[in-house]
Design a protein. Structure first.
Length: 641
């Protein structure tokens, strides 16, 4: 009777998992189909625009040729008719060129938009070569889980999620994913914002489009803009406003005197006194060059960064937020009348446009001999920098926050089956159908898991390649996604607040002279120290193949002692192992339970279902793998040697 009941429960569970997986696949495929249809429409539109652009090119060539013929014919009759033809066809050519420019801009816009859609599909399919690499990958070498959980670097969770348009936004997202202490209030606030952003796909994509268009306008600059470079520029050099104001007063007066004396020489016939005052003006201007040196150079080098920032903030400033109250509150720094980006950055842009006169040396020298052009605009730039320094940190902070939230919202949009976790102030972890976001959907197997009380531990046994390490990473990755404020790869997820610590990917160091075993010991010691810390948040530990770097006897002794030290402390977690002897600890300590993964040999090959089961593993597979690969496995009796 008991056996029949358990069989029915297992069948019901299997049926439920199959139904959920089928529904998830349908939802995901629907989203993929929608993106592919959008790409097809954009491709057709691009073909039409290219045809129009080619037509404009032919028209421009035709107008130029006809204009030359008309001008030649006109000049053979009289100059008036010839110049009239030149002016008429020049106006026609300029008008057509402007229309052609609009078509080219539309072409660039549609190409970028199509690329955004293609990148979405690449993220859904984990086609890493088509997903832009993250611009920020740095993290502390001793971080408790960054490397172990594949959260940072190439082909990581950060790489998958990172849609940021700036380095600061990318860094903000990485900070959230690698946060070692969760904050319930921040988690709930981010969740609310992400929920608001998920349906705003046009808003999210337009922000990327605007930044990319601004980059294309500045000569196709690659990479994400760096707001920190702008902050460093504002801070460097000190305040030169007073010095420039004094120089402007002196040079302005000398310039006025020069102009008056030149006019008197030209029209009243007085002696050329302006030669002396002009020499004084030139010498004083040259003396000021030390003050001006570098002011314009640095600013002009950053002009592309400023242009991209201005384009992005201008879009956010004028976006109709409507009922999106949380989004509007986040973007409030861009909406304040006294410090609107369009005004502040517009003034800087106009100043730099005037300063770019330096790129034409002849005109630059001529103008500066007449009026103190450089000094005036250097003074204006210093004032602009002071105004900008008061608001730019707030702008960048809000923008980076928005970019990180958009990354989480895009991840949720591209994975409609993922759910928002329930985060509580208590302890415990309960997940239904937990999957790993870095495993392709077609190969992914989801599992249920629960751990209820602080002080408990689960020993995971199973064969090589059965899924132990991936399952540990699955739990850790989803916990960090939850604490970042995003959705998780599960159908139901409830967790308390934990400090996560993992010992999964440990490597030796030739440079530091650490063997693998010593590196592992150091890592496990750091984990134990973290467990013993006086901290309100318990530790959630994930240990893979404990003490794999030493022999069987010492590994077993050390593992038993270490697990006993973990259990009952201010933490809970999982330890995977090949040592089946360790499962006996569950008989000694009530806080320890056993789970396992299993395998089968079918038609001469290993088959894994990657399903987590209760109890210790009944089998091992090392000898089976060796045998299947043709290695000798006959036991040799040492006494016979």
């Amino acid at each position: 009777m008991i056996y029949d009941t358990m069989l029915l429960v297992n069948l019901a569970t299997w049926w439920l998992i199959m139904v959920l997986n089928r529904n998830n696949r349908i939802e995901r495929q629907t989203r993929l189909n929608a993106l592919e249809n959008q790409i097809k429409r954009l491709t057709r539109r691009l073909a039409d625009l290219r045809a129009v652009s080619d037509q404009f090119t032919r028209w421009r060539v035709g107008i130029f040729i006809v204009g030359l013929i008309a001008a030649f014919a006109g000049f053979t009759m009289n100059n008036t008719l010839g110049w009239t033809a030149v002016a008429l066809f020049a106006l026609i050519f300029i008008g057509v060129a402007r229309l052609h420019g609009r078509v080219k801009t539309s072409l660039r816009r549609h190409e970028i938009w199509r690329q955004i859609k293609r990148t979405h599909i690449a993220r859904m399919r984990l086609d890493w070569d088509k997903i832009p690499a993250p611009s920020v990958t740095d993290y502390h070498e001793g971080h408790p889980f960054a490397l172990d959980l594949d959260l940072a670097g190439e082909r990581s969770v950060h790489h998958l999620l990172d849609t940021a348009i700036s380095r600061g936004g990318s860094a903000r997202l990485l900070d959230w994913l690698l946060a070692t202490v969760p904050d319930l209030e921040k988690i709930q606030h981010r969740q609310a914002l992400v929920r608001e952003l998920i349906p705003l796909s046009a808003f999210r994509e337009k922000l990327t489009l605007v930044a990319s268009m601004a980059s294309a306008k500045d000569g196709g600059i690659k990479g994400r803009f760096d707001g920190l470079r702008l902050l460093r520029w504002l801070e460097q050099g000190g305040d030169k406003t007073a010095q420039l104001r004094q120089a402007l007063t002196v040079l302005g007066g000398l310039s006025a005197v020069n102009i008056v004396l030149i006019a008197l020489f030209q029209f009243a016939g007085i002696p050329p006194l302006f030669i002396g005052t002009l020499a004084v003006y030139a010498l004083y201007s040259a003396f000021q060059w030390n003050t001006l040196g570098g002011l314009f150079d640095d600013a002009l080098r950053l002009q592309a960064e400023l242009n991209r920032l201005q384009a992005v903030l201008d879009y956010l400033e004028h976006y109709p937020y409507g009922k999106n109250v949380l989004l509007r509150t986040l973007c409030a720094p861009f909406l304040e009348d006294a410090a609107r980006p369009s005004r502040q950055l517009g003034r800087v842009g106009r100043t730099l446009a005037a300063a770019s006169l330096q790129r034409n040396p002849v005109l630059w020298i001529t103008v500066n001999l007449i009026v103190p052009w450089d000094v005036f605009f250097a003074y204006q730039l210093e004032r602009n920098k002071q105004d900008l320094a008061a608001v730019l940190p707030r702008w960048l902070d809000a923008l980076h926050e928005l970019e990180a939230l958009i990354a989480l919202a895009t991840f949720a949009y591209l994975n409609p089956a993922h759910v928002f976790p329930v985060i509580t102030s208590g302890a415990g972890l309960k997940i239904t159908s937990a999957g790993h976001p870095l495993i392709v959907a077609e190969s992914k197997v989801s599992n249920d898991f629960a751990l209820n009380n602080v002080g408990e531990a689960v020993i995971i046994t199973g064969s090589n390649m059965s899924g132990k390490s991936s399952f540990l990473r699955t739990l850790g990755v989803n916990l960090q996604l939850a604490y970042a404020g995003g959705v998780v790869d599960a159908t139901d997820f409830e967790a308390g607040l934990f400090r996560v610590f993992a010992c999964i990917r440990v490597s030796d160091s030739v440079v530091d002279g650490f063997s693998y075993f010593y590196a592992e010991v150091r890592r496990l010691k750091a984990l134990l120290n973290a467990l013993k810390e006086d901290n309100p948040y318990p530790l959630f530990f994930l240990i893979d193949e404990i003490f794999r770097g030493t022999n069987n006897r010492e590994r077993l002794i050390g593992s038993r002692a270490y697990i006993r030290a973990l259990v009952g402390g201010n933490g809970m977690g999982l330890i995977s192992t090949h040592d089946l002897e360790l499962v006996k600890l569950a008989d000694e300590m009530a806080q320890i339970t056993n789970d396992h993964f299993k395998e089968e040999v079918i038609d001469g090959r290993m088959v894994f279902d990657y399903r987590l089961r209760s109890g210790p593993s009944p089998t091992t597979n090392a000898l089976k793998i060796m045998q299947l690969e043709g290695l000798p496995i006959n036991e040799v009796n040492p006494a016979s040697d």
